[in-house]
Design a protein around this ligand. Structure first.
Ligand code: GLU
Length: 307
């Protein structure tokens, strides 16, 4: 298949949607993003990236970091992670507090904000805050093959200042005894992970091990076990897109994770990974253009796991 023409076609197919989405405004720094931007990167088994549009431009990975944090937590905590967080889709917006009250401070899954906050707390208890944050950054540098990947500190600060919702979630979880470190320290690790700046090609490259049973096929490095890789993909499929995970399965049919910065990472088992980015969001909080692009890509390739 001529992947370059495929991506070029996708870019022209979705051109009409560019600028239609609404950029997230609750984080001041994110509100400045340009909704006209659109990038797509496809990384194949040998690690090569095929790209189109703004695929090399950096954005904050936001909740896509939750996926890598789960891999990190499963490595350190193994199955005991599930004593603190569930693995059911929530069917609610990412930062919803409603379910947390009913379910006594145990977040539905690690791909909600509350769940990711609990994952950070568990990592802090096990490794220490600084080590957990450094390990995440090193991991993404190694996996993307780019040592210059860094945290956008201004963004992390901007998010913390605007962080009343996440602060509420964290305090609520703490009130139920499911947070074991000081709220502000847990949030600072959480914001640090969310504010790591990467491009579509770096993100797709970093996640390649998830398409190959936990092994990075280009380097041969074992990143996680086959069973953990499979389960991370299962979480992405069922819980990766706020209350639109069903719609994503229906329209795209791949394990994936959306973020508020307008990125969507998707895993094509046995083939590779794809990352799209366009800051304008649809009503469900997913990249509007990114979603259209992935749908077009899957229509043309038949890469859905449901074929
Ligand atoms: N850092 C963002 C927040 O906590 C992540 C949300 C997202 O990407 O969905 O609000």
């Amino acid at each position: 298949m001529d992947y370059q023409s495929l991506l070029n076609d996708v870019v022209s197919d979705v051109a009409a949607y560019r600028g239609q989405g609404k950029v997230a405004s609750y984080i001041p720094t994110l509100a400045q993003a340009d909704p006209q931007k659109f990038g797509i990167a496809l990384v194949l088994k040998d690690g090569t990236a095929v790209t189109a549009g703004d695929a090399e431009e950096s954005f904050s990975i936001q909740s896509i970091s939750y996926v890598f944090a789960v891999a990190q937590a499963l490595h350190h905590l193994k199955g005991s992670l599930w004593n603190h967080v569930g693995r059911e889709p929530s069917g609610l917006p990412v930062g919803s507090i409603v379910q947390l009250e009913l379910e006594k401070g145990r977040p539905r899954n690690p791909l909600t904000s509350g769940g990711a906050i609990v994952v950070c707390d568990q990592l802090m208890t096990t490794c220490g805050a600084a080590a957990a944050g450094d390990e995440m950054l090193e991991f993404l540098r190694d996996r993307s093959g780019d040592p210059s990947v860094a945290v956008d500190d201004n963004l992390a600060m901007s998010e913390s200042r605007a962080g009343a919702f996440n602060r509420s979630l964290a305090n609520f979880i703490a009130a139920f005894g499911n947070l074991h470190n000081p709220v502000e320290e847990v949030l600072s690790l959480y914001y640090r992970n969310c504010s790591i700046a990467m491009s579509c090609s770096q993100l797709a490259r970093a996640a390649l091990f998830l398409a190959f049973d936990g092994v990075d096929p280009a380097t041969g490095d074992t990143i996680t076990t086959e069973s953990r890789s499979r389960r991370i993909n299962a979480l992405m499929m069922t819980c990766g897109h706020y209350d639109s995970s069903g719609d994503f399965a229906f329209r795209v049919g791949l394990p994936g994770k959306s973020s508020v910065s307008g990125a969507i990472l998707a895993v094509i088992p046995g083939t590779g990974t794809v990352c799209v980015w366009s800051p304008g969001l649809n009503a469900a909080g997913m990249s509007l253009v990114g979603m259209a692009a992935l749908e077009t890509l899957i229509d043309r390739t038949g890469w859905s796991v449901f074929v």
